[in-house]
Design a protein around this ligand. Structure first.
Ligand SMILES: Nc1ncnc2c1ncn2[C@@H]1O[C@H](COP(=O)(O)OP(=O)(O)OP(=O)(O)O)[C@@H](O)[C@H]1O
Length: 316
């Protein structure tokens, strides 16, 4: 194994990264760090530049400016890259005639890794029973598992997953979630992209959100959720409209969160309770609101979108 630099922790550092394809600026000066022991969610709408960034990190494309470093070094300077970083980019990019196990054996061989490791990763991803079948007959979930086995082959401290839950069934999603969490708990640095915030809800510790090739948010998920949830209470009542009227009259901002649920902002819980009781509006529950990651992200990016250069509301 290639020695890592003593005292260094596994990180991905992206600095002022820029990539243009003809008239499209795919990545427009990105800077962020992926730290060890955490799952960093990499989010943004379709076309935001996530896959391009991952390809640049993995040396599959060259940046026009800036750099992406794996443990302080560009990917292309790593002598045994699979032992530094593993990646799942396009799980379907497999030779259909090749058996799952042979695909991994070939990868192991070309990277100077032993056969034993192939059996270990097949067990780890639960693909051992299907390892001798041809990849062309694999379901999407099996392809994902094989791709993840390949990423884990070199036991790397850094892992990248591009949209790993795409097309997976609920069991597959739960499995990937658990795997990513346990890999992070082992101290690895994990970057996982998604265009759906809800998919990252129970996976990510940290969030790097991008839009049009630029960072729009770089934040801890816990902080983001705490800020978005702060001072809001959730009320369950069959008389939603009446409750909304009473609370809004008292100065609260009320939003609908479900058939019988409203979220109240701007009034403390005991005041909400007193107002509803005084108005004889029954409610079955009153609790502290926990914002979804999706809602927290919308709050966070709303200002950025409203004041983005080039929009009508831009500030000059
Ligand atoms: N090889 C390429 N040639 C030309 N344009 C490209 C190329 N790769 C990416 N782009 C363009 O760069 C922009 C960013 O694409 P990218 O695939 O990185 O976004 P993404 O955030 O991964 O999107 P998605 O969520 O749809 O996968 C898009 O406008 C895309 O069309």
């Amino acid at each position: 194994m290639e020695p890592t630099i003593p005292g260094t922790e596994p990180t991905i550092e992206v600095r002022a990264l820029r990539k243009r394809y003809r008239s499209t600026v795919a990545v427009d000066g990105l800077t962020f760090t992926v730290r060890p022991g955490e799952v960093t969610g990499f989010v943004g709408p379709n076309g935001a530049g996530k896959s391009t960034t991952m390809r640049l990190i993995l040396g599959l494309d060259a940046p026009d400016a800036g750099e992406a470093l794996i443990n302080g070094r560009p990917y292309r300077s790593l002598r045994t890259p699979l032992t530094h970083v593993g990646a799942l980019l396009d799980a379907a990019a497999l030779h259909p005639g090749r058996r799952g196990r042979d695909h991994l054996l070939w990868l192991a061989h070309t990277n100077g890794l032993g056969k034993r490791r192939v059996s270990e990763v097949l067990d780890q991803v639960g693909l051992a029973p299907a390892a001798r079948r041809r990849a062309g007959g694999y379901s999407l979930g099996m392809q994902q598992r094989l791709g993840i086995a390949a990423a884990l082959l070199g036991d790397p401290p850094i892992l990248l997953f591009d949209e790993p839950v795409n097309g997976l069934d609920p069991d597959g999603i739960v499995w990937i979630r658990g795997l990513l969490r346990s890999l992070a708990a082992e101290g690895r640095a994990i970057l996982v992209s998604s265009h759906l915030m809800s998919e990252l809800e129970e996976i990510a510790d940290h969030l790097v959100a991008i839009g049009r090739g630029r960072v729009v948010a770089d934040t801890s998920v816990a902080e983001l959720l705490a800020t978005a949830s702060k001072g809001r209470v959730e009320v369950t009542t069959a008389r939603r409209a009446d409750a909304t009227r009473v609370l809004a009259n008292a100065g609260a901002t009320v939003t609908v969160a479900g058939a019988e649920t409203i979220v109240v902002e701007g009034l403390p819980g005991d005041r909400v309770s007193a107002l509803l009781s005084d108005a004889a509006i029954p409610f079955s529950e009153l609790r502290r609101h926990r914002a979804s990651l999706e809602a927290a992200y919308m709050d966070l990016t709303r200002a950025a979108i409203e004041y983005a250069p080039g929009t009508e509301k831009s500030v000059r």
